[in-house]
Design a protein around this ligand. Sequence first.
Ligand code: NAP
Length: 281
Amino acid sequence: MKQSPILIIGKNGKTGARVNERLKALGYATRPVSRSTNPSFDWENPATWQSALNGTGAAYVTYQPDLAVPNAESAIKEFVRVAVDTGLQHIVLLSGRGEEGAQRAEEVLKASGISWNIVRASWFYQNFSESFMLEGILAGELVLPAGDTVEPFVDADDIADVVVATLTEPGHRNRLYEVTGPRALTFAQCIKEISDALGRPVTYTGIPVDAYISALREEGAPEDLQWLLRELFTVVFDGRNRNVMSGVKEALGRPPTDFKTYVQKAIESGVWAAVRQKEFA
Ligand SMILES: NC(=O)c1ccc[n+]([C@@H]2O[C@H](COP(=O)([O-])OP(=O)(O)OC[C@H]3O[C@@H](n4cnc5c(N)ncnc54)[C@H](OP(=O)(O)O)[C@@H]3O)[C@@H](O)[C@H]2O)c1
């Protein structure tokens, strides 16, 4: 497999970038792609898929914007068909817990006839530092319609380690790993841990989902993003995913990284430095 590049869909993504870094450090050739690469890969333009796949032996697949959206299943079905025709031998799919659309996409992959792995993940720690929650934290208040539902958030570094194991160690073939962190936490608890470690007041404010979506609409957020966030904070974030799972331990033989360790890593990276600077403003 070291001869054929490993396709990574989601080059600069929270997990794709980490998977790419690890594979390259191990000496594997990679082809990380997204809409801004050459060759490019765009989930909304199937004409781009074939050239991204040509000559690759395995693929790590992150779907955009989320496997919960209505057309995800048909896109994954078509992608898998093109991949099989192109001679791809192994697909590792990043999936989400508690999402019906994601589970339909998983079934498509399992029925594809080529080797597969599914890494079915809880919400990432990195949403607090590399995604849509960062802005709220930097402003000192994270406002979300998450109530006091608990979620066993997981470290994207752990996800990348599991993905790399499935891509490079044949003993994992055709297995699904349900990966979570070691503790189920509310958003309020996460924010308190971040605030305590930073030594700066950062608060969590829960609001009704309708008020949250109305605010997004007023800010000009696209309709499909409004739909997705409503789906995530109502259907998916209703407590169904509260259980801690053992996928990281099963795949790697070690426990998942705790939220406290992630918080220290994020502080050291400087991503929340602007929160701290406010203290002296
Ligand atoms: N965040 C979570 O808590 C969580 C939990 C469970 C599962 N997931 C799943 O994780 C997946 C996302 O993975 P990730 O977080 O590693 O990635 P990510 O950080 O969301 O990836 C962002 C990258 O995707 C590329 N992209 C955006 N639209 C695209 C399109 N139409 N076609 C191709 N590339 C596109 C962008 O690069 P360009 O601008 O260059 O295209 C961007 O750099 C989603 O399927 C989500 O459902 C997320």
